[in-house]
Design a protein around this ligand. Structure first.
Ligand code: HAH
Length: 354
């Protein structure tokens, strides 16, 4: 009888202890956004699925969210004049409930835009018609979320990677380069308090950086309402050079613009590496952690200019990098692993905050 009671006591005790430990372990993981609250917002890209499947991580670690697809042209206005705000609204609601700010992505882009936008009666749309459609889309979308979105990517990826200045896109080919200035003017009219951004990838590559810089400078000189530049940050554990990143930040900051790191993820692969691995190698994990640490140290150093840093996803089980640039090549570019546990990269970013 007595033995049994002792056993029961031991059992209850160990149960309590393990519960306690679990709670303790949970509390030991610091919150990313809290760690960086003196420096900039910490954001993540979410979609309608991860809003549920990754809810706990999102709420604990991030104070900014960007819709991965739900606010793109094809999602919001698949057919002319027929807007679908259901999923975008859900994100705004989620953000409100959890005290999270929202970055708007994206108003004018060559990709994920329905083909009707650029056509009329079987012909390319005229400049006047396309401008009218662009302004109408912008005023409807920005107007709907007036006061609820702190920054918009107004124009995405308008600069070419090749020798020419502007990207060969229907926006540019039909309207000319003034589609950019006109987009910013329309957005500013719809929400004068929203910060308006130009966003691009390869934005720290010297040649492309110079073209982006020249364009931004021209817009500012023309009095176009533009407030910031988004450096996407789809980088890898090797590239680009940290010095190049610092130079680009300084160059854009010299224009008096705010800087957002808008789509940060660090692939463990080189661009043209076609290997498929079951898991990242220990070396990849180490290198990635060190690079995340160096990057966040740089971001901190420039926090007078950098006001928001967004990771392009929450955890490695859900990332666009699994299919880009190599279809079906599993990648591990984020701060939480496929089981939603903090990676070495996470601890490195926390370390850099101190
Ligand atoms: C970004 N483009 C886009 O801004 C974002 O909306 C998308 O979800 C992912 C990446 C990067 C990019 C691309 O899509 C294609 C070629 C190069 C770079």
């Amino acid at each position: 009888m007595r033995k049994r009671r002792v056993l029961l006591f031991a059992l209850v005790l160990s149960l309590l202890l393990s519960l306690n430990l679990a709670v303790f372990a949970e509390e030991e993981i610091p919150s990313l956004w809290e760690a960086y609250s003196d420096y900039f917002l910490i954001g993540t890209a979410v979609n309608s699925r991860t809003l549920n499947t990754h809810r706990d991580l999102i709420v604990k670690h991030f104070n900014s969210i960007t819709a991965e697809n739900e606010m793109k042209f094809d999602a919001l206005q698949p057919t002319e004049g027929i807007f679908n705000f259901y999923r975008a609204d859900q994100m705004i609601e989620f953000a409100k409930e959890n005290n999270i700010q929202v970055r708007g992505h994206v108003l004018v882009w060559h990709s994920q835009t329905p083909s009707w936008v650029f056509r009329f009666a079987g012909q390319p749309a005229t400049k006047e018609l396309l401008l009218e459609r662009m302004r109408n889309h912008i005023s409807t979308v920005v107007g709907r979320y007036k006061g609820q979105i702190y920054a918009w990517d107004v124009v995405n990826e308008a600069i070419s990677d090749g020798p020419e200045i502007y990207r060969d896109s229907p926006w540019y080919n039909i309207i000319g380069k003034e589609f950019i200035a006109e987009a910013f003017r329309a957005a500013h009219e719809a929400d004068p308090d929203a910060k308006l951004f130009y966003n691009d990838y390869n934005a720290v590559e010297p040649a492309k950086m110079q073209k982006i810089y020249n364009m931004l400078k021209e817009l500012i000189e023309e009095g176009v309402p533009i407030h910031g530049v988004g450096i996407q940050g789809h980088w890898s554990i090797e590239h680009p050079d940290l010095l190049q990143i610092m130079r680009a930040i300084e160059k854009y900051a010299s224009l008096g613009l705010e800087i957002h790191i808008t789509e940060l993820d660090l692939s463990v692969f080189a661009w043209d590496d076609h290997r498929k691995l079951a898991e990242p190698t220990p070396e990849m994990i180490e290198k990635q952690a060190l690079r995340y640490k160096n990057l966040f140290n740089i971001f901190k150093r420039y926090s007078d200019h950098i006001t928001s840093v967004t990771l392009w996803g929450v955890a490695d089980d859900s990332t666009w990098k699994d299919n880009y640039p190599v279809q079906g090549r599993k990648d591990w570019p984020l701060l939480f692993d496929v089981n939603h546990q903090p990676k070495e990269a996470f601890w490195a970013v926390i370390e850099a905050s101190k």
